[in-house]
Each structure stands twice: as structure tokens, then as C-alpha cells.
Design a protein around this ligand. Sequence first.
Ligand code: AGP
Length: 626
Amino acid sequence: MCGIVGYIGHRTAQDFLLEGLRRLEYRGYDSAGTATITADAQLNITKSVGRIASLAQAIAANPPCTAGAGIGHTRWATHGAATIDNAHPHLGGEQGDQILAITHNGVIENFAELRSSLKARGFEFTSETDSEVVAHLIAETFKKHCEKSNGAPITHATGVNAIKEAIAQLRGTYGLAIIFKHWPEAIFAARLGSPLVIGVGDGEHFLASDAQPLIGYTDKIVYLADHQVAVLEADSLQVSHRDAGAIAHDVRVLDVESNQVEMGDYDHYMLKEIFEQPEALRNTMRGRLSEDDATAVFGGLNLTPADLLKVKRIVFTACGTSWHSGLVGEYLLEDIAQIPVEVEYASELRYRNPPMDDGSLLFAITQSGETADTLAALREMKRKGHMTMAICNVVGSSIAQEADGGIYLHAGPEIGVASTKAYTSQCLALTMLALYLGRLRHLSYNKGRKMINAIRQVPDLVEEALKQNDRIAEIAAKYQHCNNFLYLGRHYNFPTALEGALKLKEISYVHAEGYPAAEMKHGPIALVDKETPSVFVMPQGFIYEKVMSNLEETKARSGPVIAIAAEGDTRIAEVADDVIYIPQTIEYLQPIVSAIPLQLLSYHIAVLRGCDVDKPRNLAKSVTVE
Ligand code: AGP
């Protein structure tokens, strides 16, 4: 969704802003813009609709601007279409006397009433956005503070007080970057419910809505918390609380290398991330398996074994792909640890009122750690007094910070909108959680050791599965014209079928449905025809024969079948139209290995259909609105 960047220091701000906005492209957006302050104290704004490349062209067409302070934005339209007028930054102040520019992430819920009262007080609006009201409100409060100063010098404190007074009138969420034309040497930031991080450099400070733009520029970062307002100057950073005074800020180390956010030799981030999975899985399991105790080790749960023994039920909450890994978690925890599990869409859980007794433990599963619905569901459960855990990839993200404990995935930055390596790392983290909770209960030492041996092989099995890439590309070419697909699997492979269908839908815009294979005869089999391929996920396991019957039923109705099957399965080749072979593994690890060919199949179909794989239409990487 929307992205923010800001810079103050010895570089040309515009250069960092453009590079930073490119790094935020993965979040999804439809227009972009920058604001800097010229030497003669004028606000210099450039905006464009579409990609950052168009913004770069528009900037290049202007006279060069070497200002050292500026802010930038990528907008994912919510209030008003993707137009130049609606693109950020927005100016604040009376017509002809605009004194500041802002960029805003989040949603202002009371914008309509604020807009009418600002209009009544003479402010003119040039956009349909909720954000423009924030610009005018701050300009208005700033003017009041200046008038009240009775000739005393106007300092940054005046700006901060004006911002605090204005944001106190807002209902909703905001991450704000603000520049005042009076102060070419400072940028201001404020946050409530929409993340902002500050990079601390040598004689420079950076601002961004997530850490991606900062990577390679600085590894020292400050996570701004809710209700905090910051003033960034080249050599200083001051943070204060909206309702209190100055507060000390923690500078943390950002542990990401710049090559982790570059595409390298790959055509798309999604393909790079698919191929990074063996390494991501190794990182997820690193240091977390103990042969001596035949169990998994988690440093961050903040719950003792005695606490965990009191857990009677686990609730996983998540959205999209992370919800699918929650389903995998349900199969794993019930099978291996014998703990009852429920999997709830976060968008539903936040407004439902399910009975949660003392023995319930909530896990929010999220790659980004910023998904608005998942955060809200976690807060609702916290409010009710339950312990909350996060299974999260992004260190320092809102959900990671607000949960009482959790498991970081360490899968590395995931830039492609379609989640791939985070998904398989989530499945692996959940497998290790099942081992840990199982070993606290009935799982024997011997079985624990066997599980560890199997888990350790997973990255190599994934590497083997990736070798099918060329074969999968051929199959994709054969079926790329089809407009409907079915994805079918049973038991551990049912969530995989759902995830395969979602992957195809989101990046190739092809309609796809995932079902438990045996459900076909209760309705969906009516969809089967010569033009509707069914992807059967059916590695060897106790359910194999049953799935084979479901496959035969599809073939009997002339439906083309692509099977994901275990190496050595010669029987499948006689019935399926096409087979993608993957290495055989124990059933509870199949969700990880079987996901690989489905990711690659979606990728190749999307590329063949000319889709923008890393930036699919209408989608955003972090869904920070409800
Ligand atoms: C994944 O391919 C999707 N783009 C999407 O469903 C995603 O998984 C969902 O928005 C949840 O995101 P999160 O894991 O960052 O919370």
C-alpha cells in the first residue's frame, strides 16, 4: 500500500527519494510524488500517475533541484482515483500562501467533517483525498501558533506543537512526513497506526514507511511508535510524545544487506524469492533444532514450558497466504501435538466474539507484520487479556512489537507481492512449533529425533523440486490460455491447493479455485470440462488412493489433469495429462515441498500472459487498510 520516504542531509534529497520510492514499489501503488524546498524557500512538488519511472521523467524535465531535504510518496488509491491531483505530497495552507507539504499513509475516518469545516474556514481543496485535510489542519494550527508567539522566534518546537494540535483532531490512522517551507533544514514525522522508521546516518537522516529504502544507506534505525512526533535534521533527531514532552529513542541495528533487496540476475523478485527458499528455510530452522532434547527451541515465545502445558487451544489468525499457512498449522498441531486449533480470518476475528477461555493462545501469522486486520485481531485478543504470539518475517514490525512473544521467520526481505518464501518458512516454523509442543506432551524422544532428521532435509528437497522449473515452464505454456483452473488436494495437501489457487489468481488474473479433492462431487465437479485443468496435489501418503479416485472422476469428465506427484510414481503418468515430479517426503512436510511447483506454475503462466508479476493489478504487499 502507500509508501513514504524522506531525507535530510548532505545528499541531493531528490536522488534518495526516487531510489527510496523504487524500493517501495513492491508495496503496490498507482501514483507517486516528491516535495523538496528550493533555495528561495519555495515548495517544489512533482507528481505523476503510474510507475516511478514516469515520476523520474517528470523530475528530470524540471530544473535540477539540489535541495538536501524532501519527502516522497507512493499512493495506493483509497479516497479518490489515481490522478495527479490526488497523488501526494499535498500542500497545506490558504490558496496562494501554502506553507507546508505532507505525505500521508493510513486513513482519516473523520475526514469528511474536517473537510467541510476547513472549507467553511476558507481552505480550498484540490484533491478528493482524506490526506489533504491533514495538510490544511497543520497549516492552520501552525499559523495560530505563530500568531500567539508575539514576535518570539518561530522554532521547530512551533512546528511540532502545531502538528500535535492538528493530529489530536484526527480519527483514524496516519504515518505523516511533513516539510515546512520555513525550514529547509528539517523534516517532521508523526505516527499513529501506520509505521514509520527513521534511518540514522552520518550527517543525515532518512525516513520511510518500512526499512527497505534505508538498506545500504544505514544500518541504524529508530522505529517510531504510535503517538510519537519526530524532527529530523542532518545532525540531530528529536522524538517527542504527542501528549507529553521529549522522549529518548532507541537506535537499533538493521540486519539486512543491500543485495537482499536487489533482483540480481532474476527477471522478477518473485522468481528470485522462489529460488531463495532453500536458504530461507535454512535460516528459519537455524539454531532451533536440538538433537539432544529431540525438540525445537524458540527463544522468543516468552512462555515457560509450564505456561505452555496450560494451553488447551490455539487460535491462528491471519490473512491471505498467511491464513493458508495457519491451516497447515492446524493440521500439524492437531496431528503432532494433539492440541485443538482454530484458524480464523483476522478480518472476521476482529469483529467476532468467539468464546476464548483461559487456556486459549493466539498466534498472529504475518509476513509483513503490518496487515491491518491481523493487527486489529491481535489487539482485540490482547484487550480481552489473552497472551498473543506473532509468527512474523519483518523484524520490528507493528505486530512483532505488539505481540507478547513470537517466532521470527528470518526468511529475508520478501519484495514480490505474491508471498512465496515467507509462506514456506511459515509452514516450517509451524512444523517446528508442533514438534516443540508435541515434545512437551506425548511425543517420544525417538519420534522427536525422527522429526528433526526429516526437517533438516527439507531445504535439499526444495532444491530438488526447483529443478523442475523448465518442465513447469513447458506445462505453463500448454495451459496458459485456460481461464479457469481447479486446485485439489486432501489432508496436508488441501491448504496447498488453496495456496496454489491464490497464487495463480493474484499474479495472472486467472480464475482458480482450491478445494479438498473429495468435495468435488458435492458441486465443483460441474465446472470440469476440456478447458478447465485440475491441478491435483498428490504426493504419496495414506490418502493417495482416495485422491487417485477423485482424479479418475475428473478424467472421466474429460477434465485435463496436471498432477504434482512423488518421484517414482509411474502410475500417475498413465492417468494424468501432465506430471510434475517432486521429491517424496513425510506427509507433514509435504506442504513445503508441494508449494514449490505451484508457485512456479503460477509464475510462468503469469509471465506468458504478460502480467506484471511483482506488481499485480489492484494488489498491495502490505495491506495496511481494513
Ligand atoms: C500473498 O501472496 C498475498 N499477497 C496476501 O494474501 C498476503 O499473504 C496477505 O495480505 C497477508 O499478508 P501478511 O502475511 O503480510 O500479513
